[in-house]
Design a protein. Sequence first.
Length: 234
Amino acid sequence: MGSGTQRFRLAIGGWRLAESQLAATRSIGADHAQTCDGLMSGKNETPRTTSNKQPATAPLAKTRAASAGFSVAELITVVAIIAILAAVALPVARFGIRRQKEVELHGRLRKITDAIDRYQELMTLGQMPQQQQQGGMPGQAPPPRPAQMQALGSDGYPKTLDELLKGVKMSDGKTIRLLRERDLIDPMTGRNEWIVLSTTDDPDTSMTNGDNVFEVHSTSTSLALDGKTHYNEW
């Protein structure tokens, strides 16, 4: 009887020990399962985080694209404004340049005409009688005369415009300069070319017989800003 009871108790103790071991095994399995679930959930959350960032990047890209588009629009607007201003300013600039050239042409023609008259005055002075040169005052030295005189009875005008550049050499050794090389440049053509007329030429002709230089005109046939005359008529 006592041995049977003892065996029963040992059986119950063995059963309880097996039950506790089984419970422990189940607990370890549950913990392992939770750990695996945590790892799996962590892996699954990474794509979710990436997927959440993608919508945030898309608006940023759209903002950059919008900024770039706005900059291009500004550039096109600025270029258009500059083109309009250039189209308005270019005719005004051309008018100002043409006006300046006309002023220079008037000045060159005046200089050349004054030089021709001065040349003629010097040559005519050399042809005057000595008493008239002295002013009728005895004992007074006559004024200097051109070293190379023209023929007696000539009009005293230069044969070519180059004689105005060389100047007039006087009897006292001095040379009177009448023009500089730049004074013979036509502002309208940029060349040293002029229409010259002599004292015997028709004023309305553009051809000369070459006797002398009495009058000069520009070779440009362009219409002046007044809309009525041409530069070769000045």
